[in-house]
Design a protein around this ligand. Structure first.
Ligand SMILES: Nc1ncnc2c1ncn2[C@@H]1O[C@H](COP(=O)(O)OP(=O)(O)OP(=O)(O)O)[C@@H](O)[C@H]1O
Ligand SMILES: [Mg+2]
Length: 464
């Protein structure tokens, strides 16, 4: 059955037009002229998607959005805003809207957006990803956000959107999940991309040094201030300032930072001239700021200022689809750097990588792959080539092979080809749950040939 769309729009003509347009697209359409009606409808019937006007009589679209999401968090909502109000858009995304569209809009654009949204919703229900991989290229084109996981794709969409604004962004996530990469991506995607991107690690500098780094100082401002130094607040003018590990900042400096954010101007140490600076602030932390606020270690008012838009990076163990994608990406990169022919992963290595919990996230994965590229001396990276912690506590793989000869240094080309063939067959068998007919088809050989090769290479199946 076709998807059901609820149109919430007080302007009769527009509502009828949208209703006609979407009925023509074979969607089921329900209409409401205000928020209250819309809320009543979603309580009574199943709705897949809501096209929600923001300017409605009495209760605004944003307010309705809060209630709608509380009643049914699974409904996809697209907010229609009358003017390009970035604040409303960001607020809508924060409240759980899937997307927004600015009025007046092109009907084809709306059709495409609805189509994309419903496709995404379907994919999410089925637990599969539609787009094989999203790449947000930085300006230097060296670093990418690679992903094949739905939770990260959602985040990438928000990255793309938030970069078009000047909003302060807080990036949270465990160590090594890509916080800095996200901060850079926002910068390079924004209109400030030609301006500076300046990163300061608040946890790495003692308080006084951090203060003079941020604010700058005049000559003679304190012992050792031999010359004037420009602070990063000033250097980041027209660009982006990335304050990493902001949770480590002392409460004394927190007050001062808050003032700069509020007033957009500051005084260098030992100076009496106010300096204006226009920078976009991005902060990151791997600590739970809310907990720090409750413990009295982080100022609540500053937290609110920083947390205008929060992007939370999921740990690698919650992005199972990304493990091999990233592993292959890093293998490619390190093989290139080390002048090695591109290595593939053996089946036992794939299993080991997928089963490991990755407490150090993507950074740990990158290090593990670099290590294994150095350790490997064949065509494949085997589990034994990976750092020890990745093999510890691992389940025994249920498909085994007699590797007695596979591991011996294969000198001749013939031996290498044989090992490669064996590995390909094991991989294919595994991918097809040991089903010989489909495995043979996938490899483009007859079932007889496959059975013959399995005997030759002593491949024993233990598939339950
Ligand atoms: N999705 C991704 N695709 C490709 N590379 C990634 C991705 N996420 C992170 N990386 C890479 O992993 C490494 C660690 O990322 P990054 O330094 O951004 O993490 P972090 O969260 O800032 O870590 P920490 O909390 O330790 O400072 C970097 O080399 C980064 O380029
Ligand atoms: Mg970092």
């Amino acid at each position: 059955m076709s998807e059901k769309i609820l149109i919430v729009e007080d302007e009769l003509n527009l509502r009828k037009l949208l209703s006609l347009l979407l009925s023509e697209q074979q969607y089921q359409v329900v209409e409401a002229s205000n928020s209250e009606e819309a809320i009543a409808i979603i309580k009574q019937q199943h709705i897949d998607l809501i096209l929600l006007d923001n300017r409605l009589p009495k209760m605004s679209g944003l307010e309705a959005l809060k209630i709608i999401k509380a009643i049914n968090p699974d409904i996809y909502v697209i907010l229609m805003t009358a003017y390009a109000s970035v604040d409303t858009a960001v607020e809508a995304l924060k409240l759980g809207a899937y997307d927004y569209i600015v009025k007046p809009f092109d009907l084809d654009e709306l059709k495409a957006l609805i189509h994309r949204t419903l496709e995404f919703s379907q994919a999410q229900k089925n637990g599969i990803s539609l787009v094989p991989q999203i790449e947000l290229a930085n300006s230097d084109n060296k670093e990418h956000i690679l992903t094949n996981s739905l939770n990260m794709m959602e985040l990438c969409r928000n990255i793309a959107k938030v970069s078009q604004t000047n909003t302060t962004v807080l990036i949270t996530g465990e160590s090594g999940t890509g916080k800095e990469l996200v901060a850079k991506t926002i910068h390079y995607y924004s209109t400030r991309s030609t301006g500076p991107f300046i990163k300061i690690n608040c946890g790495a500098l003692p308080e006084t040094l951090l203060e003079s780094t941020l604010f700058g100082h005049e000559k003679g401002a304190f012992t050792g201030a031999y010359q004037r130094q420009i602070g990063v607040f000033e250097r980041a003018h027209l660009g982006t300032l990335f304050l990493d590990e902001v949770g480590e900042m002392s409460t004394n400096l927190q007050v001062k930072l808050l003032r700069v954010i509020q007033e957009k101007e500051f005084e260098p140490l030992g100076g009496n001239k106010l300096i204006k600076s226009d920078f976009r602030l991005i902060t990151a932390t791997n600590r739970n700021l809310q907990n720090l606020v409750e413990a009295g270690k982080f100022r609540q008012d500053l937290f609110y200022r920083l947390n205008v838009m929060c992007l939370n990076l999921p740990p690698l163990r919650e992005r199972q689809n990304d493990i091999m994608l990233l592993a292959r990406y890093f293998a490619n990169q390190f093989c290139h750097e080390q002048n090695k022919a591109l290595l593939d992963f053996s089946i036992d290595a794939v299993e080991a990588l997928n089963q490991y919990s990755w407490p150090g996230n993507i950074r740990e994965l990158a290090n593990a792959i670099e290590y294994s590229v150095i350790m490997s001396n064949g065509l494949f990276i085997y589990a034994k080539d990976l750092p020890a912690q990745i093999n510890a506590n691992r389940d025994i793989p249920n498909l085994t092979v007699n590797f007695n000869d596979a591991d011996s240094p294969s000198t001749t080309l013939k031996d290498k080809v044989k090992n490669y063939e064996k590995e390909l067959i094991i991989n294919a068998l595994k991918n097809h749950n040991g089903h010989r007919e489909t495995t043979a088809n996938a490899l483009g050989v007859s079932k007889r040939t496959l059975l013959y090769k399995m005997q030759e290479y002593k491949i024993f199946e233990k598939i339950n």
